[in-house]
Ligand binder design. Structure first.
Ligand code: BEZ
Ligand code: FE
Length: 615
């Protein structure tokens, strides 16, 4: 059973392209009259604020050194500021929080990178070479204004490392115990978006859609960090940044895959979900390969760390067992794949690309998707050669059993619920029409036409039944002249076509509704029956502990001019197998009372509602 703790940190979020123009209005909403603008490239923001912006502080420094915060604090006091607007990456946002922690002033964050700090109650401050974090819900900016346009010019290198920094928030949240389903779903969505957007941004940095995708990913990742907190990865990055001066987002980018590999054995489920979000089989190597492909720095040595410092890093992060992963990250080794299955994505892409020449694009789309899912099925289940051989043998025998009187493939589709699924999608899209149900294999074209009131059982044994049928349109108006084909099993559960000794069709007929949309017939109560189970489908049912029975039912095919044809079934309420029909054909609306009649038999009265042919 799951157990978790979840704290939502409320901020107002404005997201879109060109949203910076709303900055003044947002400041006024907070009651601001004297705004201090923090950040190096904040001219545009200050311009929008106009007279509200009483001061600027541009000396933002990475890792939020307290000397810098103290200088900025003097500016707050000198100008009697009553609101802080931070524009920029994590360093600007961090300074805003550091000042808010000391003054209690409300903040608006305008993030221009993917750092995500704006969504967290955490600030990491550096003093005397040590970075300390503090967490306080009061530090979460009151308003966060995301303007996609402000990220269009973010250099590719910084976009990539900052995006990987965001991905690290999401990865750590998924590895954090008790983060809970809300945070998990944010995290997976963040990883999916960032992994999708970053390669596009690396190719076309001004692609607005990709930038928006990444910025939403960064927002969600920031929410993850805010809700789930920092784990080993962030602790190591803090030490590397605060004590050794390593650049923030680059350090995240280098370290992430190695920390993931370190977690992999203990967190197989998290890694499986991350791998799926990345569209890969092994999460740590997929992140390493993504970072490499995008040109992110590959090692801590590249970032200027001395190998001799690694034990100090591990010790300061209180993570002695991280020394191994730090060594790998320092050298830039590709992490060993926890999952040693070969990556099939190239093969899958090759097969899918092979359909591109199909004359009908729908053929290419359906086959491409089918191949993708089948390859995914093979990979996810680590399918063995023996298992695949068994499947091929099963399908071969299914095909060999097919003839003009036996369709084992249709039966397979029925028993896997596919026929019902396709039927639902095709014929039951309107909630107002009578639901459809599968045709089944026992319909025979051109049943004998008989007048209303005929006994379809022609004296066969069984519980007598009288059926009164009405056919209306969706407004309840009678539909005249409907052609109604009815077919059903006998008392022993057999259709006439299954009984070769029987002469002529029985328990099947074509009736015609009158001008008021009515008809009636006599018959016998249908019984439950097993679908043919002497072939591979029966073998599948037995192997999975399923029975082959269909709940007792009458089949109907109703056609009327100007209306949609309806193929459906009526099920006998209280009958067996309603909850476990072998072909998944039962729908609540089609379960009908068959109350006792005057002759000791049973009756049924039902109104079928047909949709208009023009709908
Ligand atoms: C039937 O109801 O006749 C039927 C439907 C699907 C499979 C087998 C039988
Ligand atoms: Fe049937």
């Amino acid at each position: 059973m799951e157990s978790f703790e979840y704290t939502a940190h409320a901020s107002r979020v404005i997201f879109g392209a060109g949203t910076l123009v709303r900055l003044r209005e947002e400041a006024e909403r907070l009651g601001a009259t004297r705004v201090l603008v923090l950040g190096r490239r904040a001219d545009h923001a200050a311009g929008v604020l106009g007279a509200l912006a009483v001061a600027r502080f541009e000396g933002v420094v990475m890792h939020t050194p307290i000397e810098v915060s103290e200088r900025a604090l003097e500016v707050v006091a000198a100008h009697d500021a009553d609101c802080l607007v931070s524009v920029g990456g994590g360093s600007s946002t961090g300074l805003g929080k550091a000042l808010a922690a000391r003054t209690g002033l409300p903040q608006i964050a305008v993030p221009t990178t993917y750092a995500g700090s704006e969504m967290t109650p955490i600030v990491g401050e550096t003093a005397g070479g040590t970075k300390r974090t503090r967490s306080d819900p009061a530090l979460v900016p009151a308003t966060v204004l995301y303007d996609v346009d402000l990220t269009l010019g973010l250099p590719v290198g910084l976009s990539v490392t900052s995006g990987l920094n965001a991905m690290a928030h999401a990865v750590e949240a998924l590895c954090a115990h008790r983060a809970g389903p809300v945070v998990d779903s944010f995290a997976l969505e963040a990883i999916t978006r960032l992994a999708r957007a970053l390669p596009l941004i690396a190719d076309r940095p001004a692609d607005r859609d990709a930038r928006a995708d990444a910025l939403v990913g960064a927002w969600l990742a920031g929410l993850c960090l805010g809700a789930a907190g920092a784990g080993l990865h962030h602790k190591l990055c803090h030490v590397l940044g605060g004590s050794f001066g390593l650049p923030h987002s680059e350090t995240h980018a280098v370290l992430l895959s190695h920390v993931m590999a370190h977690h992999a054995a203990a967190e197989p489920e998290a890694m499986r979900r991350i791998a799926t979000a990345l569209g890969a089989t092994d999460a740590p190597t997929a992140v390493f390969d993504l970072a490499t492909r995008l040109g992110a720095p590959g090692s801590l040595v590249e970032l200027g760390l001395a190998e001799a410092d690694l034990p100090t890093v591990a010790a300061r992060a209180a993570a002695p067992d991280a020394l191994g992963l730090l060594g790998e990250a320092w050298r830039g080794d590709r992490p060993a794949a926890a999952d040693d299955r070969p990556d099939l994505s190239g093969l899958t892409a090759q097969v899918v690309a092979g359909f591109a020449g199909a004359a009908d694009p729908r053929v290419a789309a359906l086959l491409g998707d089918l191949v993708q899912r089948l390859h995914g099925f093979v990979v996810d289940n680590d399918l063995t050669e023996d298992e695949w051989k068994t499947a091929i043998d099963f399908l071969t025998r299914t095909g060999q059993l097919c003839s003009s009187t036996r369709q084992e493939f249709v039966l397979l589709s029925d028993t896997l619920g596919i026929s019902s699924a396709v039927d639902l999608l095709t014929n039951s899209r309107s909630p107002d029409t009578t639901p459809s149900a599968v045709l089944g294999p026992f319909y025979v074209e051109g049943p004998p036409a008989v007048p209303s009131g005929t006994d379809l059982a022609e004296g066969l044994p069984g519980v007598p039944l009288r059926a009164d049928i009405s056919i209306t349109d969706l407004d309840g108006r009678p539909v005249p002249d409907a052609v109604v084909d009815v077919w059903q099993s006998n008392q022993d559960g057999f259709y006439d076509v299954q009984l070769p000794d029987l002469e002529g069709p029985v328990l099947r007929a074509r009736l015609r509704g009158d001008a008021d949309g009515r008809l009636w017939f006599r018959s016998i109560l249908p019984s439950a029956y097993p679908i043919p189970d002497d072939g591979p489908v029966g073998q599948m049912l037995r192997a999975t502990g399923r029975h082959p029975y269909r709940a007792p039912h009458l089949h109907f095919m109703i056609s009327a001019p100007g209306h949609q044809r309806l193929i459906t079934q009526l099920f006998v309420a209280g009958g067996p197998y309603l909850d476990s029909d072998a072909v998944f054909g039962v729908k609540d609306e089609l379960i009908v009372d068959f109350p006792p009649g005057p002759d000791g038999g049973r009756t049924v009265a039902f109104t079928f509602r047909l949709g208009s042919a023009n709908a």
